[in-house]
Design a protein around this ligand. Sequence first.
Ligand code: PEP
Ligand code: MG
Length: 820
Amino acid sequence: MLSLDASAVRLGASAENKTDAIRQVGQILIDSGYIEPGYVDSLLAREKVANTFLGNGIAIPHGVPKDRGLIKRTGVAVLQVPDGVDWNPGDRVYLVVGIAAKSDEHLQILTNLTDVLGDPTEAERLAHTHNPVDIERRLSSGAEPTSPTTTKPLPDDLPNHFDIAIDSPHGLHARPATALVDIAKEFDATIRVRHGDRAGDAKSLIALLNLGIGSGATIRVMAEGPDADAALTALREAIEAGLEEEEDAPVAGGEMAPIDWEGRSIAGVAASPGLAAGPAWQYQRGKIVVAATARDPSAELTRLDRAIEGAKRELAELYEEVKSRYGAGKAAIFRAHAEFLEDQGIIEAAKTRIRDASRSAGYAWEQSYGQQAKDLAAQKDALLAARAVDLRDVGRRVLRLLAERIEDAPKLPDTPVILVADDLSPSDTAKLDPALALGICTASGGPTSHTAIIARSLGIPALVGAGDSVLEIADGTDIVLDGNSGTLVLTPTDADRATAERVQADMANQREEERRACYQPAIMTDGARVEVVANIAAPEEAARAVEAGGEGVGLLRTEFLFLGRDQAPTEEEQTDAYTTMVEALNGLPIIIRTLDIGGDKSVPYMSMPVEENPFLGERGIRLCLNRPELFRTQLRAIFRASKKGPVRIMFPMISTLEELKRAKALTEEVRQEIGADPVEIGIMIEVPSAVMMAEELAAEADFFSVGSNDLTQYCLAIDRMHPMLSRQADGLHPAVLRMIDQTVKAAEKAGKWVGVCGGIAGDPRGVVILTGLGVKELSVSIPSIAAVKAQIRGLSMEKANDLAKRALACSNAAAVRRLR
Ligand code: PEP
Ligand code: MG
């Protein structure tokens, strides 16, 4: 029997944050002789992929299974933090129970813990006790899991049941138990699990953990209620499949099973898919050396002006280069950088230092932008704070032109490496050569940063937010970067290296196969057809969409024609742009979305008012209706282009029926003015009110296209650009899926069709579910077209319907992603 030793209990600790608390409890495990020091990284890694907060102020950090080799013997340590430490937003922890378990011996501790979990007074007492023996007794009491002492009255067996052995090598610990609970919750039936003489509610994690089910134990799963049979079938299948995420099989086509790397690894955030294996190389910026003072202020003022002008020229060139390689959308960041150099506040602050304090231009500039970047970084608004990276980037660009010398400027080795850096600026990233930069791993940063977006368009696998420890990896260390799961394997074994090689080859073969079949239609195995079209943002992308197998354009984001310039494009310019695209499509349809400015896309020359919540402000159709001339100009250009080929018009951000009616009336006026034929008019469904009014809207619109990026943001109330929260804004959340389901049903009633043009349309899991919900058209990024078509061709509608149905019944996005 495993018991907690009072010497492994540390009372009255304080912890700065969760990482600090985990490190402290890890140190107790080390001092108690339970683990090798390396296992502390494993505790931290687990935290990145799973939540170890149990409830009632208790968390149970434990390592990832593959690091069990670092456990010397099974043991438990407790760190008591009477003032608490923030674990997750809103969750404060007072007892940190670090677990190092070679197999399932720790289940008894978990069982006892779950008793405490159900008793807030007891949890509170243990959080503040001055006697370690109190904690020792409370967590060590009880007997072996198979004959628990904390028995409850035995409920009668329910009529329907099956007995099954738990094969999982670690028993029904927290993760598989969570999987079981998630499945149970999908059914209305009452479901119980019995182990020995105790039974618990299968929809309660605490109740299940309380049963202390070890490896090899036989349990009885019982159900009663309308869908009891279906529940038992689903549970039996899930238990037989192991309940372990790592052992999941891939969904039909498209989705790769997660790889179980053997070597010690660090979990980060997946930012760009693909695998890389090779030597690590720490990317450090060169130190720019400038003199502190200068004798001739007027010469320094001129130097500063020239350097700023020089930096603007560089940025203009960079913009053009990135635009021609990857499109205007990807290049827009460099326009934004140039915008910083128009900021008279920063420039004047530098000039004052030159004039009043005899500073050199370089020193004055460095101080001035450095201060501004510091102020930005301290902003509460995470989006604003993230802009500090951009300001530093552009600041350095000017500073380099004022440098006396640059020490150790980074030069990529001329052999391929995996770049490791604290953070990479967009400029650094755009300069990378994919032949030499095999992968990118950054300690900080988020998946929606421009760096991540550029890495994706360069096709460089990347993971971000891996933590500071990656900065300690020595240059030349052989590592493997898994951009699909966001894992950095620090000590790859021979088997890991072989896996990396095999998977890379498989992926290349698969891409090649998909590319060869990209012009075949996406017809499912049982005959249903799904249109796969492209999301584009620039005229030259229309031809690329066709080359990639696109059956048209499902979303033209016209706002990109308006960004990065000094004034709105004229009717003539817009007509040219739209006509180029219509002609490139050569008879294939294009959906032109009218201007969606506002939110994160602001256009300086439109003098838009500063808003507290721009995503809830004058955005999309609201802006167009408030500025009819802007709207009319665009509509005139669209109708002129419509004479050259099939065009559909789509309004973004429709939230009321009145908006649609007004937009349609204005569009009809313009159409008559131009003398063009009528075109189909559809709307984006991206606001919850549009979903709720879908029946009324369907009577007015010819089609719907679900903007799942925004629909998710507004449905879950999570800013889609938020560097921390946006990870949770998963468009496969059942709340979003139910909205899409409702939209499709309303459209079908009115005989209208529904497409999806948000990110989930290109997500392998999204492809199956959306198709199963009755979505007829998926509009995805150009590089995804071939893969999505191939995936659909390997799928049956029957399977898609089934998965969609089960997804709708799930309780969260993680459960949807676990469905098989
Ligand atoms: C969406 O919101 O899903 C969408 C496709 O529009 P955008 O990403 O341009 O806001
Ligand atoms: Mg949108």
